[in-house]
Write a protein that binds this ligand. Structure first.
Ligand code: HEC
Length: 136
């Protein structure tokens, strides 16, 4: 009798605690862009790639300041990444994953996010791990 009640209690606790535990693990693994998620050298490469492959169609102001803040901040980096890899408009996905990451690094540098110690990789796992937080 007592044993049955104990098991029921343990069961309910596990059922409640498990989804909460998963949610907090996700939040902890996400790194904010303002913590430094790319390198300065990478942003320089991204700038060159942007000039070659993007600037013919876009004003840089689309990716800098208020327009960037409105479109891409307070969101996971996956959203900006999805838009960037759908480009250039005339050849979607034609660049290397690392090149797309370099362009994102350039955009972060344009918007005052600091460079860090490690490059932003172009893999889904790396992109998923970053949130473009609102800068204070
Ligand atoms: C041949 C022209 C062309 C080139 C080259 C081009 N784009 Fe675009 N891009 C467009 C058009 C057209 C749109 C849709 C209208 C808009 O949002 O300006 C767009 C939209 C976007 C968007 C916004 C998508 C959204 O969901 O809001 C991003 C981000 C973007 N481009 C990034 C880039 C990057 C980075 C490059 C270089 C790798 C690039 N584009 C090259 C034409 C181009």
């Amino acid at each position: 009798m007592t044993t049955t009640r104990l098991f029921a209690a343990v069961g309910a606790t596990v059922a409640l605690a498990f989804p909460l535990a998963l949610a907090s693990v996700d939040a902890r693994q996400m790194k904010n862009a303002s913590e430094g998620v790319y390198t300065a050298a990478q942003a320089t490469r991204g700038s060159t790639l942007y000039d070659t492959s993007c600037a013919s169609c876009h004003e840089l102001s689309k990716f800098k300041g208020p327009e960037f803040v409105k479109a891409w901040t307070d969101k996971p980096m996956t959203e900006l990444h999805a838009a960037v890899i759908s480009m250039p408009m005339d050849a979607p996905g034609s660049m290397k994953p690392q090149e797309y990451a370099d362009i994102i690094a350039y955009f972060l540098s344009l918007n005052g996010y600091p460079a860090g110690q490690a490059e932003l990789a172009g893999t889904d796992a790396a992109i998923k791990g970053v949130k473009i937080d609102v800068k204070k």
